[in-house]
Design a protein around this ligand. Structure first.
Ligand code: ZN
Length: 144
């Protein structure tokens, strides 16, 4: 570990640190990255942390993995609810406006749906009888 660095935020002095653990929380999931090292500003009202390259890379990887895991989890939830409602992916795409393959992409975790889509499906999960209200004025389904 190299010596003291200037703080990019306040111009104070950053002292080296090592073996730091940081827990990342995202959408109800969490992961702890251990063994992080870098520099921290000694000014109490700043305390900016700078990771070294390896720690920055490992922190970013853990963050990205959490985002993907949360997206997959959301996709699995949407698929479960869609099947419970006996909707095809095309039906669900018509309801949510996500485009022809939009719902398939949500279920595969390739695209993060808008909160409105998730909220609609969670409501329908609890109140499946409301689906009839939504389908009543919808154009007839095209032959598949
Ligand atoms: Zn600082």
């Amino acid at each position: 570990m190299t010596a003291i660095r200037p703080c990019p935020l306040c111009g104070g002095q950053c002292q080296p640190f090592a073996n730091f653990s940081l827990t990342i929380d995202h959408a109800g999931l969490s992961d702890t990255v251990t063994g992080l090292s870098g520099w921290q500003c000694a000014a109490a009202d700043c305390a900016e942390m700078l990771f070294d390259d390896d720690s920055q890379r490992r922190y970013a990887q853990a963050s990205d993995a959490l985002v993907l895991a949360a997206r997959r989890q959301t996709g699995q939830e949407l698929r479960r609810i869609r099947r419970k409602l006996k909707l095809t992916q095309a039906d669900a795409a018509l309801l949510t406006g996500g485009g022809h393959n939009g719902f398939s992409r949500y279920e595969k975790g390739l695209t993060q749906p808008l909160p409105a889509v998730i909220n609609l499906f969670r409501l329908l999960d609890r109140h499946p009888e409301m689906l009839g209200e939504l389908l009543r004025d919808r154009p007839a389904r095209q032959a598949a």
